[in-house]
Design a protein around this ligand. Structure first.
Ligand code: PLP
Length: 458
């Protein structure tokens, strides 16, 4: 239909679409890119150019790859039968997916449906605030977040935003959100052999400074995504859990990126033996075939909202209009079945190890590669201009690495680019279906791009 006259599509895009995270001045001298088709890891643009997508739709989303007819069929069938009903009523796919999801999350119990990662996090924040009112006279309302973590784009979630470049110019923000230090050992903030424990102790210091009676929750990514693909140091998570228990602080894990297989387990927190109170997820839940996000809680959290049936203020007084769409859970059921039937967690672990071996080799070959990090198919390479000082590579050169890969037919990502010196990490996160040949192809192209940019940086 639309591609009958693709030049008109490109014209309409240029004239009327405001693209995300994009300085439109770039389009003064070139056409916008329109992605018209996808299959597996491959996508095609309006000119028929083929790319290997090594970032799953740009932002870690299309975990099962493009062109899944069985997901499309399930969504179609569901939409024709019953597309939507709002509020308190349930749906067949909503109930079935919730049950399947909870099977993968021992200790968790309730699924609250919503539309985006930001909104899922907002739901958890609101639950924490309401619990503070119900149990602590409103006092235990503060929510801690970590430097470099990102939890979304709304004013509430930006208030819990640890990336200054995302937050700047959007204030005033919401009160009651307090930052704790990041845990990136490569850019160590403490001289301590037990770095993980030390970085976690910094959270305790903030709780004590703020007053434990005021702190309701701690919200963390299991592995920081857009803030630099930061894997936690050894010993970090057990100590975090201990601190949360000690001060009665609810633990909210943001699995919007790591969730649904991206790191080789169903959820990132499951690598670390964490027992969260809230888990939020979005991107990979239905791999972008439909919009769906979830805020998952324990039964203990849920119970706090059903203590007094007669009190009109006692339940969670919240709704997402499109949380009543059935396309999301219908797609999510099949998405999960694909991951199970095709052993994609296993493939993720194996292919992630293969890519990591390539990255380690590139670190030896290219002085601009300062550090390589990640888990499963959630990987990053931090680029520097000087290995000894760890001075970050100029962001234009980081962008050039991405552009060189693009010119060779591989789409990669980089962490947010607007604050020079903080976000200089190349991101790799192909679909969990990626083959050994595709991994080698991505690595070969990245290797060539690093050689070109390394030459420019020298
Ligand atoms: N949490 C994390 C860790 C994210 O990376 C993102 C988006 O990139 C979000 C939350 C927000 O999700 P959404 O863009 O669906 O609102």
């Amino acid at each position: 239909m639309l591609d009958n006259d693709i030049s008109k599509v490109v014209q309409a895009d240029r004239a009327h679409v405001w693209h995300h995270l994009f300085q439109h001045r770039a389009l003064d001298s070139k056409d916008p890119r329109v992605i018209v088709e996808g299959n597996g890891l491959k996508v095609w643009d309006q000119n028929g150019r083929e790319f290997l997508d090594a970032v799953s739709g740009g932002v870690w989303t299309v975990n099962v790859g493009y062109g899944r007819e069985n997901i499309a069929d399930a969504v179609r069938d569901q939409l024709v039968r019953m597309n939507y009903f709002a509020g308190a009523a349930g749906s067949i796919p909503g109930a079935i997916f919730a049950e399947k999801l909870i099977e993968k999350m021992p200790g968790m119990s309730r699924v609250y449906y919503t539309n985006s990662g930001s909104e899922a996090n907002e739901k958890a924040f609101k639950m924490v605030r309401q619990i503070a009112h119900k149990r602590y006279g409103g006092k235990k309302h503060k929510i801690l977040f970590r430097e470099r973590d990102y939890h979304g784009t709304t004013i509430g979630t930006l208030s819990a935003g640890g990336q200054p470049e995302r937050v700047a110019q959007y204030g005033p923000l919401a009160p009651g959100f307090v930052e704790v230090p990041h845990c990136l050992e490569y850019r160590a903030q403490w001289d301590d052999a037990d770095y993980g424990r030390r970085a976690a102790d910094a959270i305790e210091e903030v709780i004590l400074r703020e007053g434990p009676e005021t702190v309701g929750a701690l919200c963390l990514e299991p592995i920081t995504a857009g803030g630099g693909v930061i894997t936690p140091p050894e010993g970090y998570w057990p100590r975090v859990q201990e601190i949360c228990r000690k001060y009665d602080v609810l633990l909210h894990i943001d699995e919007v990126v790591c969730g649904v297989g991206r790191t080789g387990t169903w959820f990132g927190y499951q690598h670390y033996g964490i027992e969260p109170d809230f888990v939020t997820m979005a991107k990979g839940v239905a791999s972008g075939y439909a919009a769906i996000a979830c805020c998952v809680t324990t039964e203990a959290v849920f119970d706090l909202f059903r203590s007094d049936a007669e009190d009109p203020m006692d339940h969670f007084r919240d709704i997402s209009t499109f949380g009543g769409c059935t396309a999301g859970p219908a797609a999510a059921i099949v998405n999960m079945e694909i991951i199970e039937q095709e052993n994609l967690l296993e493939n993720c672990t194996q292919m992630g190890a293969r890519m990591m071996a390539h990255l380690e080799a590139m670190k030896i070959r290219h002085p601009i590669v300062g550090d390589v990090r990640g888990k499963g198919l959630f990987l990053g390479a931090e680029l520097v201009s000087d290995r000894a000082t760890k001075a970050p590579l100029d962001e234009k050169l980081v962008a050039r690495v991405v552009a060189e890969c693009d010119a060779r037919g591989v789409i990669l990502g980089m962490t947010n680019r607007s604050l020079p010196g903080l976000n200089n990490t190349i991101c790799l996160s192909p679909a969990l279906t990626v083959t050994a040949e595709e991994i080698d192809q991505i690595a070969e192209v990245l290797d060539q791009a690093l050689a070109v940019v390394g030459g420019l940086a020298a």
